[in-house]
Ligand binder design. Structure first.
Ligand code: NAP
Length: 489
């Protein structure tokens, strides 16, 4: 499996695969097996980023005037290519990021479906006609691409998150400079290869791999960049928001501290299944992952026991192995941070009921494997109930009922996704109205949102500017022009 001696993958700039003049490379490593080097990549410089931006800027006018059928055809072809390579790409994704093969397969299929969805959006970029008091005048709006878009993405969904940014950008006639997370450059290169093979003209998609410390500021501050779409942590998003100029628009998707509220009338089987899936799916490394279960006093005992039982049944291991339900965490940093929060939880006085230790023996020493952690007696103000852990750590918090549960759920800085488990439709609707979150689920896990639905949050989870996903995504990637035409006296 190791490709240690293989040549380094190249950057894509202006339609050519090129080396970085830095002459330096870096590796991506399988977090389930550190001896498996997934690939080697260019450690790009600020100059590489500037060149990619210049190439995107040169290519943009022609791409903007390409007919919608051309853009749609290319995106549809890319979708088909991706589908045809599902197995190969899913295995590579599991090797590079660590998620299970089933999770990777879902991600590839979802990315292909996104490409198809945005292909159709090429035809749907419209405007509106407006009544006017002016005689013989036709007043209307048109939408045009914003120009050059920097796409900066995290490692946890290294295919779907880039696709749900790049595909709408391209469908609207923008050109793109793509900087993937340094942990998962292989999947980004594969995506660019597919888009190129599908017929994207030179310069329409460009990729520079490497550390944000080298290329990040250019992608955000170069004056030829008209928009930055970013997904990642609050700290980096906040930095980007302050670094961009006033003529550059931003779309920032950041962290979460997502609650599931379980009322005493809940279907406990369902509540437990939703909680375990939301908390430990993707090794807890989903922005919409469940990190707090806020549970009514009367059912908290039974709920907790059942969550522990269900968690015990999760087989942890290399995501390529059949039957494995939870893979490793992404890297040493993630491992240290997660184990650090387990320690903090214990020190704060929460009770660690299950897991929370680094696994060893049985092949676990090869990678970054952690047992899921379940804490009870968590107080809402504790750090494990307030800060994003981004790992398989569940904080169970007792509440007195609906009002108390809602208040605790809202008492955090984040507001991405939230769920309630109840049979009472009235309570559910009250929750929908009052929860401070961009996405609300009823009797469902906090994770997973349909690809045609708007995605985003409130508070520290997203900038209150533009939503991602669905047709509303096209708003970020287009600019409105108002047109007034006098056609007579
Ligand atoms: P991160 O450290 O913020 O990095 C995200 C991306 O930003 C990476 O490509 C990173 O490059 C780049 N970056 C870092 N510093 C930068 C700078 N100063 N200027 C420009 N780019 C910079 O996040 P992560 O660890 O990859 O991902 C985990 C975070 O993403 C969590 O907080 C999670 O909640 C969030 N997330 C949110 C959503 C959502 O939709 N709301 C979805 C998924 C994940 P390097 O890799 O080279 O550092």
């Amino acid at each position: 499996m190791s490709s240690q001696k293989s040549k380094a993958h190249l950057n894509l700039i202006g339609g050519k695969w090129v080396e970085s003049p830095s002459g330096e490379t870096f590796e991506s490593v399988n977090p389930a097996d550190l001896s498996d080097i997934v690939g080697r990549f260019q450690l790009s410089t600020a100059d590489d980023a500037d060149q990619a931006i210049a190439a995107a800027s040169t290519a943009q006018p022609d791409w903007a005037s390409a007919p919608p059928s051309q853009r749609a055809d290319i995106l549809n072809r890319a979708a088909k290519l991706m589908e045809s390579k599902t197995r190969e790409l899913a295995e590579l994704l599991t090797r590079e990021e660590g998620k299970t093969l089933a999770e990777s397969t879902n991600e590839i299929k979802r990315a292909a479906a996104n490409l198809t969805f945005y292909a159709s959006q090429s035809y749907l970029i419209g405007g509106e006609t407006l009544p006017t008091d002016e005689k013989s005048t036709f007043l209307y709006t048109i939408r045009r691409p914003v120009g050059v878009v920097s796409v900066i993405t995290p490692w946890n969904f290294p295919v779907t998150i880039p696709v749900r940014k790049i595909a709408p950008a391209l469908a609207a006639g923008n050109t793109v400079v793509f900087k993937p997370a340094s942990l998962t450059p292989m999947m980004a290169i594969k995506l660019c290869e597919i888009l190129t093979e599908a017929g994207l003209p030179p310069g329409v998609i460009n990729i520079v791999t490497g550390s944000a410390s080298k290329v990040g500021s250019r992608l955000v501050q170069n004056k030829q960049v008209n928009a930055v779409t970013f997904t990642g942590s609050w700290d980096v998003g906040d930095h980007i928001q302050h670094a961009v100029g006033t003529t550059c628009r931003t779309q920032l998707e950041m962290g979460g501290k997502n609650p599931i509220v379980v009322l005493e009338d809940a279907d406990l089987d369902l509540a437990v299944a939703c909680t375990v899936q939301g908390a430990f799916g993707l090794s807890g490394q989903a922005c919409t992952g469940t990190s707090r279960a806020i549970v009514a006093k009367r059912v908290i005992g039974e709920f907790t026991e059942r969550v522990i039982d269900a968690t015990r049944n999760l087989t942890i291991g290399n995501g390529l192995t059949e039957g494995v339900k939870m893979g490793p965490v992404a890297d040493k940093n993630q491992e240290d941070t997660i184990l650090g929060y387990v320690k903090i939880g214990k020190e704060e006085g929460a009770e660690l009921l299950y897991g929370g230790r680094k696994l060893d023996g049985d092949g676990y020493d090869r990678g970054y494997f952690i047992e899921p952690a379940i804490f009870s007696r968590v107080q809402p103000e504790m750090r494990i109930a307030q800060e994003e852990v981004f790992g398989p750590v569940l904080a169970i918090i007792e509440c007195d009922g609906f009002d108390d549960g809602l208040e605790i759920a809202n008492r955090v800085d984040y507001g991405l996704s939230a769920s309630i488990c109840t049979r009472d439709l009235g309570r559910a609707q009250q929750f929908v109205e009052s929860i401070q979150a961009g996405m609300v689920k009823v009797n469902q896990p906090t994770t997973g949102v349909a690809l045609n639905a708007p995605f985003g949050g409130v508070k520290r989870s997203s900038t209150d500017t533009f939503r991602e996903q669905g047709s509303i995504a096209m708003e970020f990637f287009t600019r409105i022009k108002t047109v007034s035409v006098r056609y007579g006296k």
